[in-house]
Design a protein around this ligand. Structure first.
Ligand code: HEC
Length: 193
């Protein structure tokens, strides 16, 4: 196979002058591919692209989510109206369970607290669509998952120990997560592009 010479390179460069500099990486890829048609380079280019893009994509999809700085200093998670409805419905479920647990403790009926807590345990998350999960920032998901898990623990302890004071203590600790997440995040509805 003939190696590329300087004239080839100039021709290819002229050919690609219309490519905007912003497409730098693709420009580079096209040039390299065109130049010598040297296929041996392709795996290296792909490896390079893969190595640089994977951590960025992982950050984008697993951690950052669809969140932007909001006017009140929180992070606004951008969801469609339907997705927002779903998250807020889950939130009202949390609030209802909290109300029922407080009532149960006050009436010394710890079994009722277990029932209310389990309704918003980890199993309640099963129906959340993958597309929505992908939009939630990692910190939000961890806090959310941990809150569901704490409700499960509260239910388990309420059944096994039957101690209203212990249940109330767990609820107080758990509600730190409600406050923490509301301080950090809000949800802004957006229409899909
Ligand atoms: C992982 C984050 C997170 C956790 C944990 C969390 N929330 Fe929320 N909650 C939110 C966000 C975000 C909103 C939307 C707030 C906004 O847009 O201003 C919200 C909204 C709400 C709303 C309003 C619902 C509506 O219909 O408007 C209620 C009530 C609520 N949360 C209760 C709770 C309770 C109770 C807990 C704890 C048991 C809790 N949340 C835990 C993130 C969270």
């Amino acid at each position: 196979m003939r190696r590329a010479n300087a004239r080839d390179f100039q021709a290819v460069s002229r050919h690609h002058t219309d490519i905007d500099a912003r497409d730098g990486i693709w420009h580079f890829v096209f040039l390299t591919l065109d130049r010598g048609k040297d296929v041996k380079q392709i795996p290296w280019i792909l490896t390079l692209l893969f190595a640089t893009s994977t951590p960025l994509l992982a950050y984008k999809f697993l951690w950052q989510g669809e969140a932007v700085p909001a006017s009140d200093g929180r992070k606004a998670i951008l969801l469609t109206p339907g997705e927002r409805d779903l998250v807020l419905a889950e939130m009202r479920g949390f609030l209802q369970s909290v109300q029922e647990i407080v009532t149960a403790v006050q009436q010394q009926k710890v079994e009722a607290a277990a029932v209310a807590a389990r309704r918003v345990g980890a199993a309640a998350q099963k129906g959340v669509p993958a597309r929505l999960i992908g939009k939630l920032p990692g910190e939000f998901k961890m806090l959310g998952f941990d809150t569901h898990r704490q409700f499960d623990q509260l239910a388990l302890d309420a059944e096994q120990l039957g101690d209203p004071d212990h249940t109330l203590e767990q609820l107080a600790a758990l509600m730190g997560s409600c406050v923490g997440c509301h301080t950090a995040f809000r949800i802004d509805p957006v229409t899909e592009p």
